[in-house]
Design a binder for this molecule. Structure first.
Ligand SMILES: [Ca+2]
Ligand SMILES: [Ca+2]
Ligand SMILES: [Ca+2]
Ligand SMILES: [Ca+2]
Length: 340
């Protein structure tokens, strides 16, 4: 009797076991699922959290290392097989008094963001805002491949400006950057130079300028010295000198450009005949000049970006002059033709 009971008891137990086993497996699988879900989420959040912090250039102080402007939230791209015909477009754009009030005009901001998105690098002049927020807000409107370098506030009076480089991280990285020391105090706004390395062979320096109209002759004449300094500092002969030079009209006799940037050292992409102003005058205020070693890298494509013709302003409540008083000037470069 006793043995029988024990037997049936065991049988009951094993029946219980056979019900418990799938439940236990189910619970284990559920627990594993929840664990995996949270682990993945935490990793994604950590990656997202790092992104915005490191994408800020921040005010640059001379001698400080360049900011880490890469975006760690993007998977690392495999080195691309770049062909000889792969190119980048570089813009120079006086964006006209950039700050909070400009960022408060959505139609203006949308056009500005679209213009910058057409480039791989835009050298911007006239960031006027004291606060960093308008710059950060604008960056958030661009595709995530863009990062930036923002120079220090420059100017002798309370009206100061910053140079701003917005670049495509899938095409280039920043090797170094430095504001011109200006030992003889020639410049109202000391030029900012950035040394870029591309995904191809092309490496180059861009010097960003906003020449003071009232001393345009002195400042422009000093630029070849600035070019020479950076060429030697970084051992890089390819230099693009860009910006709003105010190099025309009543500010400057543009016929002097040829002797300052003479043919033995420079090639002028945006030359005296181009109109870079939105206003009815035909002044060549904005310039794009390259050193001769960068001619091998220049594709021959360039222009003045007439945004008043590119967008249908009849659909907007704004006029072209609300976007800026300057058109961007641009030039295109090969990524793989560079020999120096
Ligand atoms: Ca080079
Ligand atoms: Ca002209
Ligand atoms: Ca004009
Ligand atoms: Ca070159």
């Amino acid at each position: 009797m006793g043995a029988k009971n024990r037997k049936s008891g065991r049988r009951r137990k094993s029946k219980k076991k056979s019900i418990l086993a799938p439940i236990l497996i189910f619970i284990l699988l559920l627990a594993a699922g929840i664990f995996l879900f949270y682990t993945c989420r935490t990793q994604q959040e950590a990656a997202r959290g790092e992104g915005p912090k490191s994408e800020q250039g921040g005010p640059d102080l001379p001698g400080e290392p360049p900011p880490d402007t890469s975006r760690p939230d993007k998977p690392e791209r495999q080195p691309e097989e770049l062909s000889l015909t792969d190119t980048i477009r570089i813009f120079s754009f006086n964006i006209q008094v950039f700050g909070q009030s400009k960022m408060a005009k959505p139609e203006v901001v949308n056009i500005l963001a679209d213009i910058v998105s057409r480039s791989d690098l835009t050298a911007v002049q006239e960031v006027r805002s004291v606060a960093i927020e308008p710059v950060e807000q604008f960056m958030r409107l661009l595709p995530s491949r863009y990062a930036y370098v923002l120079g220090p506030r420059e100017g002798r009076t309370s009206s100061k400006e910053q140079y701003w480089f917005i670049y495509n991280t899938e095409r280039m990285t920043v090797k170094d950057y430095r504001t011109w020391d200006d030992p003889h105090d020639v410049f109202e706004r000391n030029p900012l130079a950035v040394y870029f390395e591309t995904a191809g062979k092309f490496d180059f320096i861009v010097i960003n300028n906003h020449i003071q109209p009232s001393s345009a002759a002195e400042e422009i004449a000093a630029l070849p010295g600035v070019v020479g300094y950076y060429r030697q500092l970084w051992g890089e002969p390819d230099v693009l000198v860009v910006g709003d030079f105010n190099a025309d009209g009543s500010y400057f006799n543009e016929n002097f450009m040829e002797s300052i940037f003479d043919e033995s050292g420079y090639f002028s992409i945006i030359s005296n005949e181009y109109d870079t102003t939105v206003a009815a005058n035909e002044h060549t205020y904005d310039r794009f000049i390259i050193t001769l070693s960068a001619r091998e890298d220049f594709t021959g494509s360039f222009g003045v970006l007439r945004f008043d013709e590119l967008y249908d302003f009849s659909r907007f409540s704004i006029l072209p002059r609300h976007v800026s008083d300057h058109y961007p000037v641009w030039a295109e470069f090969y990524l793989n033709m560079d020999t120096d």
